[in-house]
Design a protein around this ligand. Structure first.
Ligand code: NAD
Length: 577
C-alpha cells in the first residue's frame, strides 16, 4: 500500500521506495525529519528542547499563537470514521476553564452505533496497515512529529484555552507529544531488527506481529502528549486505532486527528471518536473485535475497563489486552538533614504545578520531626508567592482546574481537611472564582496518614503535610497507600537514599529533585499496584505490549531442488521467446 504523496506544502507523506529516487522527494523527507538519517542509521533519540519564555522569540511566538487561536475559538469538530467527517446530534461543548463562558469549540458526541462503526473501520484498515513496512510506519509517525514541530506554539495555545495550562506546561506537553512520536519510531526500528538463533540446519527467527484494533482512551490533563503517545505506539507497531479523547480536551484531540490525516496516514488507521466515556466506553471495551485497550485515567474507570475487558464472548478470537495507567497518591519525604531551599521548591512545584492536576503530583509531604516546623513555615511562604491567574496570562504560574465537577470535588476535600486537620494555607482566588474554575492552593498540616486527605487522590492543589518521627516511619507512611506511582526523597544521607531506592513502592522515584516532569526515554513513566497495569510509557518495553511475539523455525537441511512452480515455468518460457 503506497503512502499518499505530498499534495500540498503542509502535507508531508512518507515515501515509497520508488519515490525515494526522486531528488525533490528526498528533500521533502529531509525536511520532514528533523532527525535525519545517514545510511539508514537513525540519529539517536533526544528530547525536544523546551521553550524558554524568558527569551523574546518564543515569548512573541506564543503571544501571537494565542491571538491566532483566539480567533479560531468556537468551531465545530465532527467525528472522523474511515476518513469521513460525521456530524452528530449530541455535542460536547468545550469551555475555557479560565473563562467559563468562553466556548473553545464544539465536538461531535459519538453514540454506541458510531463506536461500532469506528471499530469496523479500524478492523477494515488493519490488514493493509499491518503489512506496511515497519520502517515506513515509523516514518509516518515521524511526519506527525514534524507537523507538531511546525505548529508547536499553536498547539500549546489550544491547550492554554482548552485545558487552562499555563504557557510552560502547555509547551512541555507539546514537546512530550513530539518525543513520543520520535522515540516510538526509533524503538520500532529496533524491534524490527532480526532476532535469530540459528544452528546448523535450522533457522530460528523471533518476530513481532501487530495485534489488531486498539481502543485508545485518554485523559485531559496531558491532552496532546498522552493521546499521541498511546496512538503513536499502536500505529507504529501496525495496529489500527479508535481514538477516544477525554470530553474536556476533544478539540486538541481533533487537532491531532488533523495532523494524522495531514501526514497521509490511510483512512481508518486512526478514527477520531469524541464522546461521553460512560456512554460509549462499555461498547468500545466489550467489542469482540477489539484486541487492545490502551487507557490512561482514573483508578475507578481503569478498574472498570479491566473488569469489562476480561469477560469473553463466543465471537471473540482472543483475550483482550488492557494497558491502564491510573492514579497516584504521591509522597515526598523530607529528611531532617535535607537542603531546605531545594526541598521547599521541589515540593511546591510538584504539588501545585498545573494546579496539582498531574498524576505524578505530590499530594503528601512526609517531613521528619526535626525539620518539620521550619519546612512548613517556608513552604507556606513560597506557596503564597506565586501568581494565580488566567492561563493565557504569561505571568500565570498556577491557573484554574479543569471543570466545575473537579472544582466541586476539590472543594469537598478542602472541607474535609478543614474539619480533620490543621489548615495552614488557604489562598483566596478573589474575583477569579467568578470568571473561571479557580481554587487556591491549600496546605494542611499534621494530617493523619490514614485519613481521606492522605489516602484519596484529590487531583487538585491540596497538599497534606504529615509528621514522621523517624526515617523508618516516613518510609512506612509513604508506602501506606494503594497506589505506587511517583515518589521522592530530599536527604543528604547516602544510606537513607539507598534505603529509599530499595524500599519505596513507586514506579518513578526521584531523589533530591521534584517528582513531576518525566521525560520520554530518560524517565520512562508508570506505576504499579493500583497505579497501573502494564509497563512504562516512553520506555523501551512499551511497544512490546502492542505486538505478538512469534517464533519461526525452519529446517534448512538440503533436500534437493524444489519442484518448479507452474508460474516459474511460464516465466521461463516467455523469457525464452
Ligand atoms: P477519567 O478516568 O475520568 O477519564 C479518562 C478517560 O476515560 C476519558 O476519556 C473518559 O471519557 C473515559 N471514560 C470515563 N468513563 C468510562 C467508561 N466507563 N468506560 C470507558 N471509558 C471511560 O480520568 P480523567 O479525569 O480524564 O484524568 C484524571 C485521572 O487520570 C487521574 O486519576 C490521574 O491520576 C490519571 N492519570 C494517570 C496517568 C498515568 O500515567 N498514570 C497520566 C495522566 C492521568
Amino acid at each position: 500500500m503506497p503512502p499518499r504523496k505530498k499534495t500540498s506544502s503542509s502535507r508531508k507523506a512518507p515515501l515509497s521506495e520508488a519515490d525515494r529516487s526522486d531528488a525533490a522527494q528526498q528533500t521533502a523527507i529531509a525536511e520532514a525529519h528533523t532527525h535525519s538519517y545517514e545510511a539508514n542509521r537513525p540519529v539517536p533519540f533526544f528530547n525536544e528542547p523546551l521553550a524558554d519564555f524568558g527569551q523574546d522569540e518564543p515569548r512573541t511566538a506564543m503571544a501571537e499563537a494565542l491571538e491566532v487561536v483566539g480567533d479560531m475559538l468556537g468551531e465545530e469538530y465532527p467525528l472522523v470514521i474511515h476518513g469521513k467527517l460525521i456530524e452528530t446530534r449530541g455535542k460536547i461543548v468545550s469551555r475555557n476553564p479560565s473563562h467559563k463562558k468562553q466556548i473553545v469549540g464544539t465536538a461531535a458526541s459519538a453514540t454506541r452505533d458510531h463506536a461500532i462503526q469506528a471499530i469496523e473501520s479500524a478492523k477494515r484498515a488493519f490488514k493493509p496497515w499491518s503489512r506496511v513496512e515497519p520502517q515506513l510506519r515509523a516514518e509516518y509517525v515521524e511526519v506527525i512529529a514534524s507537523e507538531m514541530r511546525g505548529r508547536r506554539y499553536e498547539l500549546a495555545a489550544w491547550q492554554v484555552y482548552e485545558c487552562g495550562k499555563p504557557w510552560a506546561e502547555a509547551d512541555a506537553d507539546v514537546a512530550e507529544a513530539i518525543d513520543f512520536c520520535m522515540y516510538y519510531a526509533d524503538q520500532m526500528r529496533r524491534l524490527t531488527a532480526p532476532l535469530n538463533c540459528d544452528v546448523a540446519g535450522e533457522e530460528n527467527s523471533y518476530i513481532y506481529r501487530p495485534r489488531g484494533v486498539t481502543v485508545v482512551i485518554a485523559p485531559w490533563n496531558f491532552p496532546l502528549a498522552i493521546l499521541t503517545g498511546m496512538t503513536a505506539a499502536a500505529i507504529v507497531t501496525g495496529n489500527t486505532v479508535v481514538m477516544k479523547p477525554a470530553e474536556q480536551s476533544s478539540v486538541i484531540a481533533a487537532k491531532l486527528m488533523q495532523m494524522i490525516r495531514d501526514a497521509g496516514i490511510p483512512d481508518g488507521v486512526v478514527n477520531y471518536l469524541p464522546g461521553v466515556g460512560e456512554e460509549i466506553g462499555p461498547a468500545l471495551v466489550s467489542h469482540p473485535d477489539v484486541e487492545i485497550i490502551a487507557f490512561t485515567g482514573s483508578r475507578a474507570v481503569g478498574l472498570q475497563i479491566n473488569e469489562t475487558a476480561a469477560q469473553t464472548s463466543p465471537e471473540q478470537r482472543s483475550v483482550r489486552r488492557v494497558l491502564a495507567e491510573m492514579g497516584g497518591k504521591n509522597a515526598i519525604i523530607v529528611d531532617d538533614d535535607a537542603d531546605l531551599d531545594e526541598a521547599v521548591l521541589g515540593v511546591m512545584h510538584s504539588a501545585f504545578g498545573y494546579s496539582g492536576q498531574k498524576c505524578s503530583a505530590c499530594s503528601r509531604a512526609i517531613v521528619l520531626e526535626g525539620i518539620y516546623d521550619r519546612f512548613l513555615e517556608r513552604l507556606v511562604d513560597a506557596t503564597e508567592s506565586f501568581e494565580i491567574g488566567a492561563a493565557e496570562n504569561p505571568g500565570c504560574w498556577m491557573g484554574p482546574v479543569i471543570d466545575e465537577e473537579s472544582l466541586g470535588r476539590i472543594q469537598a476535600y478542602i472541607a474535609i481537611g478543614q474539619e480533620e486537620s490543621r489548615c495552614v494555607l488557604a489562598r483566596d482566588v478573589g474575583p477569579l472564582a467568578k470568571e473561571g474554575w479557580f481554587v487556591g492552593p491549600h496546605i494542611f498540616a499534621d494530617v493523619d496518614p490514614t485519613s481521606r486527605l492522605a489516602q484519596h487522590e484529590i487531583f487538585g492543589p491540596v497538599l497534606a503535610v504529615i509528621k514522621a518521627k523517624t526515617f523508618d516511619e516516613a518510609l512506612e507512611i509513604a508506602n501506606s497507600t494503594e497506589y505506587a506511582l511517583t515518589g521522592g526523597v530530599y536527604s543528604r544521607s547516602p544510606q537513607r537514599l539507598a534505603r529509599a531506592r530499595a524500599e519505596l513502592q513507586v514506579g518513578n522515584l526521584y531523589l533530591n529533585r521534584g517528582i513531576t516532569g518525566a521525560l520520554v526515554q530518560r524517565h520512562p513513566f508508570g506505576g504499579f499496584r493500583m497505579s497501573g497495569i502494564g509497563t512504562k510509557a516512553g520506555g523501551r518495553d512499551y511497544l512490546t505490549q502492542f505486538v505478538l511475539p512469534v517464533n519461526v523455525t525452519e529446517n534448512t537441511l538440503r533436500r534437493g531442488f524444489a519442484p518448479q512452480e507452474p508460474s516459474d515455468a511460464a516465466a521461463e518460457e516467455s523469457a525464452g521467446e
